[in-house]
Design a protein around this ligand. Sequence first.
Ligand code: PMV
Length: 334
Amino acid sequence: MDEKKITVKSPANIAFIKYWGQKDEKEIIPYNDSFSMNLSHCFTMVTVELQEDAVIQELYIKDYKSTVFERSTGESLKRVIDFYSKVRSLLDAKAVFGFRIYSENSFPKKAGIASSASFFSGLTRAFLKGFGMELPERQISILARLSGSGSACRSIPDGFCWWKKGKNSATSYAETIAPPDFWALRDIVLILSSREKTVSSQEGHRYAKTSPFFFPRLKGIARRTESIRRAFFRKDLEEFGAILEQETISLHTVMMTQSPPLYYWSGKTIETIKKIVQFRKKGIPHYFTIDAGENIHIICEKKDEKRIAEYYKNQPEVEEILINYPVVGSRILS
Ligand code: PMV
């Protein structure tokens, strides 16, 4: 095999209805559908250099704002190697290749902005290309789900994506429900801290069921999912935002009450939530959502983006803001 280099650009996504807990831990089948938007300015560039020598299996990461790639070992590398073997065996691929992977983020990793979704969705496309396989988008989404970062399946299709929980591996995948230009929403990420979380979402999912609120959450989620979908297609931000915030609180109630508990929020998170509730009263509609980290995503419309960004940029607890609009899913660039 000639040495080949594949570069993929893959977006992170923000979930409006969240995936938390796995019905089938091996196949990464969720308990509920989830719904998200791909982010324009939070993405990972994944470059895979295929090596003839199959023994070479290396991972290099350039952190946000860093200028150098650093070699990664331990758990991160293990996940990549396991995923390579999984893709190869699922595809029944005859080819073998070694790899040097270079991953570069446009945002802080492991801070509640879905860096594993952007990385693994990109890696899925790169490995497929490496094996010389072209698959329908649905199959690619299924493979990305099996990376271990289930939400990676939502970074494969374009725009606003729906992950159907499905009944088994073949029926659990994400697809576009509306293209990026359907609604000019913005996700203004408020970076309160770029420090890395100590417990990954992968580990968090495992203990979700230990929360006494896990099954009550699932009871309410079908109704919330249906209502947010309707509000989305009506572009009713007020209704959409109210459900978005309920969903966020529901998720974090489970996280904080599972065993061991996960306290992703910091003092700055709660302080900022209160500011959002206050500032909204000035008649500027914007709503919060939070994934597995302390940073806050503000969802608003394009017309209010500047005022909102200006206000939060100047708050002392906000280190930085990243403004995102909806975009296409992961793409091979070269
Ligand atoms: O896909 P994972 O294992 O990285 O878990 C994602 C979990 C949340 O970000 C909290 C929710 C979601 O649906 O994105």
